[in-house]
Ligand binder design. Sequence first.
Ligand SMILES: [Zn+2]
Ligand SMILES: [Zn+2]
Length: 427
Amino acid sequence: MLLIKNGRVIDPGSRTDAALDILLDGERIANVGAGLSAPAAETFDAKGLIVAPGFIDLHCHLREPGQEISETIETGARAAARGGFTALCCMPNTQPVNDSASVTRGIVERAAASACVRVWPIGAVSVGSKGEALAEIAAMKDAGIVGVSDDGKPVATARLMRQAMDYCRTLDLLVIDHCEDPSLFAGGVMREGPTSVRLGLKGIPAQSESICAGRDVELAMLTGARLHIAHMSTRGSLEFVRSAKRLNLPVTCEVTPHHFTLIDEDVRYDTNYKMNPPLASRSDRQALIEGLADGSVDAIATDHAPHHPASKDVEFDRAPFGITGFETALALGLAELVHAGKIPLMRLVELFTTGPARVLGRERKLAAGQPADLTIFSPDHAWTFRACESASKSRNTPFDGRAFRGAPMATIVAGRVVYRREAAATA
Ligand SMILES: [Zn+2]
Ligand SMILES: [Zn+2]
């Protein structure tokens, strides 16, 4: 048994923000209350720290099977635990693509053997994510997927998306889309605007994303399927999500820390600023922050996309898209949203916990009988992120060397402390 004492418990599910203790018994929460005592239990002193439900990341890339040089399920999970995440959803663009029950089972088995956090795979929408025939979605669901996506690319056509949605509606399965119009994207490498012109880099208009988001919202209306817009980065896409929510359609969306932190004007000839969707305009970033504040955005998701140093150490045009994200996500949320006065701490915790849980159709709360998954963090611990100290196998981040106020201090999965920051060892 583990007794977490003296913490400030923030549980968005019950709007709790109070000084409470939490007793864990094996894999479950045994009790939540004031002044708990359990003489036989090990004690964790959470004085000065926030105790929250376990963080869930709806969007990451673990690269296993197939690209273990960049990341494995084991190293990705360790990096996630250091970021405070107790569960993560991994995208299917591995080699082979997770488009069959046997690949799904392989990921679930590798995770059970090597991952220190929960791993919930996402299956492909189409065979090989090629955008032609539907993948064997029902069999993958039986094997453990929590949603489908062709992430890395959009679901290729409206017709295929309609088929996927009709099918997933009967399975009550989430359809996640990486929104992009390939004819507008057309080989671009950053957001189209004055900065892309100045740098001489090929631009991608914001409408490449929002046109596809609009298509998907229309199809969600047609089919009634649960649609989730991945890594939403533009005001236009947000407006489509808002209109869907006004109609009570089951449409949700996520925003990444890099999109609420950086903008296209920050891009330089450094491939750690190359991601897809690209960093947006100042006005789009402002819209995303408004959506995070007013409830239009459901979750913060990292889109952790590790790439081996050699693959990123090339010209901007030739580098792959994506940056790592687990270990800086919470600190960026605290810095850019909470300390900056844009949202209260309760709302930030919601965006990492009950928000993503609801997207998946699950529950996340601190109550007796619930899984003993907790994230304990400091809102003001001073530290500096060093990519070379990351648990990830990759180093592709624009936040190397950034000083932060606030950090994950301990990550508890099924009652087990899977990560603990040394400075927290005051008990
Ligand atoms: Zn994507
Ligand atoms: Zn992705």
